[in-house]
Design a protein around this ligand. Structure first.
Ligand code: TYM
Length: 325
């Protein structure tokens, strides 16, 4: 059966970008394939972080995974640092990949600009560890948002290089994208991101917080009537209508926009109500898991045991092909 792998960093609660961009794809694939979904805590520490909260932040993503409907009977949930083979494989793969390619990646350049005093080896190495995550399980499909595509290209390049140097071992992983592959920021500029304050709505937000976040979306573009704008706050509100499958409302508000009758407060209220409704199911389920720590511990342990076996199988092959042991 085809293998699937994806991961999310432990940088806070999931937001709508993670939900539409990655989680929806994970949910679809868990019914069909052999899936491993990870909390990539080792990737989390390449930017400034607080070691006192990392453990809880990691567990929070496991709780979020369970609450959105990832089912441990259908998929394996892992915590990356509990499977040491990720790091071992990443080191081995790093010896066959060029530094110059890593220095050219847009995500590396962005993070360098964002944290000029925190340019560490781990940050440069980040895509190699991500390639190792995927190749460790010989995953063929990777549900991710659009921003991760350059990293997946690195994983494919590494797989090809390894296969040509040491013999056919790894499949070339392909991304699995959903309609929400690019969820825009509520600031009206760029993508929804945990590192940009005011850009996101998290899955645990209450109605008042959701309304407050949406109220801040800039709608004063100076232009109204005619065709909808392609970028900016107004365009992003319409994108959210689409992602939430509010098709009738989309047509109505689009009509109001072109007739210069649009009331953004109505549009924002419609969005807030629907987002909150969708999140309530999630929030209720999350509470249930929060109140059952023994169950969550056993899910984490089971995931670890199964993933250790799968990871070790690949590593034995890799070590032998590379001339070790
Ligand atoms: P991370 O933690 O930044 O994001 C997790 C997932 O959410 C998606 N995403 C978005 N999708 C659409 N619109 C957005 N605004 C948006 N924001 C985030 C991301 O594309 C991602 O799929 N490098 C990865 C984590 C990782 C990984 C892996 C992923 C490590 N190893 C192996 C897949 C396979 C990251 O930083 O994701």
């Amino acid at each position: 059966m085809k293998r699937v792998f994806s991961g999310i960093r432990a940088t806070g609660r999931l937001h709508l970008g993670n939900y539409f961009g990655a989680a929806k794809g994970m949910l679809k694939l868990q019914d069909k394939y052999d899936c491993i979904f990870s909390v990539v805590d080792l990737h989390t520490i390449t930017v400034p972080y607080d070691p006192k909260i990392l453990k809880q932040a990691t567990r929070d993503i496991i709780l979020d995974y369970l609450a959105i409907g990832l089912d441990p009977k259908k998929c394996h949930l892992e915590i990356q640092s509990m499977i040491p083979q990720h790091v071992e494989l990443a080191y081995l793969l790093s010896t066959i990949y060029q530094v110059s390619r890593l220095e050219d990646l847009p995500t590396y350049k962005e993070k360098k600009a964002q944290y000029p005093k925190y340019i560490n080896m781990g940050l440069l190495y980040y895509p190699v560890l991500m390639a190792a995550d995927i190749l460790l399980y010989k995953a063929e499909l990777v549900p991710i948002g659009k921003d991760q595509e350059p990293h997946l290209e690195v994983a494919r390049e590494i797989a090809r290089k390894f296969n040509s140097m040491f013999g056919q071992t790894f499949p070339e992983p392909q991304s699995f994208k959903t309609e929400g592959e690019y969820v825009p920021s509520l600031t009206g500029d760029g993508k929804m991101s945990k590192s940009v304050e005011g850009s996101y709505i998290t899955l645990i937000d209450d109605l008042a917080t959701i309304k407050k976040c949406l109220a801040a979306v800039p709608t004063d573009s100076g232009v109204i009537g005619g065709e909808l704008p392609k970028a900016g706050g107004i365009a992003n509100l319409f994108t959210l209508l689409k992602l939430l499958k509010l098709d009738k409302e989309y047509i109505k508000f689009e009509h109001d926009y072109s007739n210069k009758k649009i009331k953004y407060s109505d549009l924002k209220n419609t969005l807030a109500g629907t987002i909150f409704e969708e999140l309530q199911i999630f929030q209720k389920k999350r509470k249930e898991f929060e109140n059952n720590p023994a169950l969550v511990d056993s899910i984490i342990n089971d995931g670890q045991n199964k993933c250790l076996d799968m990871a070790e199988e690949t590593m034995q092959e890799v070590r032998s092909r590379m001339g070790f042991g």
